[in-house]
Design a binder for this molecule. Structure first.
Ligand code: GLU
Length: 467
């Protein structure tokens, strides 16, 4: 772990970008600060009758756009500094991909494996109650989502609790990452990993950059190491593999596995779900010191676990040519500089893992509009395409088979619309920050910060400061 605190780390990166920007004096300092942070403590009655004090936080970094947005994590590492840093990253991440939210983040300091489902439900519902009573949640105020250690189930409890206290037309939009039957959206679970994939894919399409790295264009045949096999790690690995990359190692907290020929990610996922660990998977070499597996020879390293995993200690030994940051804050600034100086391309977290919040935005829009994407126009699109195809068949005197026709005319359903919206968002933002990188002669991380701070700064400047 680096000695520099996480929020300071984020601000070191902010400062690098700030040097290139001209705003009224003092404004950049205001943007950097975390606007509000609340530390909650509340009692949990355990199943055995004992009372335990639970510590939780919610930080809202910037209110230049509302609602504020960001996940809630359950981890023993949660503290005020961490939620502030992560909330700040949310502000910049949303700005980079043009998602119109301010940044927020929350967390509960618990090891979720130590609690029963009933206890986790009580913790989640009580935290939601606390958030409501302090005005820290609402579809137009602050909208949580899943993060490390939380998923659909917690989001369902949050929504149900909120809705029972504040029943209103738009109550479902108080949280994203919900199960589809409860106002969730198709494609949200895989969204962060899918976005990581789209981002790396776009980077690997850049001929000049690949030439500089001594790599071929495209993902085909590239060797990949993924750190973390949670929601983000698994989905990133899955899509990379499907596009022809070779996943040669996966690192988890209890050990890493390695196979030069590539690991079948679907089989590994099944194995982990059945046995609770990846370390007993067949036909791989087990590496007990999980961290050292990140140092193996490879083209792409995807840290998809927690912050400060690549530090000045291990960065000199990391050989990957591309670092794709799936996690939030996995690389300290010192480590970033070490890897950059040896020529690595670092695709930063505040761009690369924005897929999650992008699809959260789509889910929130769906909740506010009360209609599933594709519901109104899917059949209309299909019929229009069918009429066009019929005319072409008459003109060319060529008849297609029914399955061929069905494939061509198929209208877009919710999942297709979400996926294309996500792909477009990730590609557009990559090209935007890559342009800034060239224009200012900086690295991609600084470019992403320049892009974000410019967008947020302009809003602050236009709004003026409330006297
Ligand atoms: N927790 C995710 C992140 O760090 C998603 C946040 C959201 O969807 O609001 O980006």
């Amino acid at each position: 772990m680096s000695n520099t605190r996480f929020f300071e780390q984020v601000n070191l990166n902010f400062d690098r970008a700030a040097k290139h920007l001209k705003f009224t004096e003092g404004l950049l300092d205001q943007i950097k600060e975390c606007n509000t942070v609340c530390h909650f403590t509340f009692p949990l009655k355990k199943d055995n009758g004992k009372i335990e004090t639970i510590h939780a936080w919610r930080a809202e970094h910037s209110h230049h756009k509302l609602p504020t947005k960001g996940g809630i994590r359950y981890s023993m590492m949660v503290n005020e500094d961490e939620v502030k840093a992560l909330a700040a990253l949310m502000t910049y991440k949303c700005a980079v991909v043009d998602v119109p939210f301010g940044g927020a983040k929350g967390g509960i300091r618990i090891d979720r494996t130590k609690y029963t489902t009933a206890e986790l439900e009580r913790i989640t519902r009580r935290f939601t109650f606390e958030l409501v009573s302090k005005n820290f949640i609402g579809p137009d105020i602050d909208v949580p989502a899943p993060d490390y250690g939380t998923g659909e189930q917690e989001m369902a409890w949050i929504m149900d609790t909120y809705k029972s206290i504040e029943p209103s037309l738009n109550a479902e939009g108080c949280v994203t990452g919900k199960p589809v039957g409860l106002g969730g959206i198709r494609g949200r679970t895989e969204a962060t990993g899918r976005g990581v994939f789209f981002g790396i894919c776009e980077a690997c399409e850049n001929k000049e950059d690949m030439k500089e790295l001594g790599l071929t264009v495209g993902l085909d045949g590239k060797t990949v190491i993924v750190q973390g096999f949670g929601n983000v790690g698994y989905h990133s690995a899955k899509y990379m593999m499907e596009a022809g990359a070779k996943i040669i190692a996966i690192c988890e907290h209890d050990g890493a596995i390695h196979n030069e020929k590539g690991i079948d990610i679907e089989a590994l996922y099944k194995h982990r779900n059945e046995h609770g660990t990846i370390t007993t998977f067949k036909d791989v070499k087990l590496i007990k010191d999980s961290g050292s597996a990140m140092e193996l020879e490879c083209d792409i390293l995807i840290p998809a676990a927690l912050e400060a995993q690549i530090t000045a200690d291990n960065a000199p030994r990391i050989k990957a040519k591309i670092i794709g940051e799936g996690a939030n804050g996995p690389t300290t600034q010192e480590a970033h500089d070490i890897m950059k100086d040896r020529g690595a391309l670092i695709i930063p977290d505040n761009y690369l893992n924005a897929g999650g919040v992008t699809v959260s935005y789509f889910e929130w829009l769906k909740n506010l509009s009360h209609v599933r994407f594709g519901r109104m126009d899917r059949r209309f699109e299909e019929n229009a395409a069918r009429r066009m195809l019929d005319a072409m068949q008459v003109m060319t005197s060529r008849n297609l088979s029914d399955p061929e026709i069905a494939k061509i005319v198929a209208g877009a359903g919710e999942k297709d619309i979400v996926d294309s919206g996500l792909e477009d968002t990730m590609i557009t933002a990559y090209n935007e920050i890559n342009e800034i990188r060239k224009q200012y002669g900086v690295d991609l991380r600084t470019a992403a910060f320049i892009s974000a701070v410019k967008k947020v700064g302009v809003i602050y400047e236009k709004m003026g400061i409330f006297p």
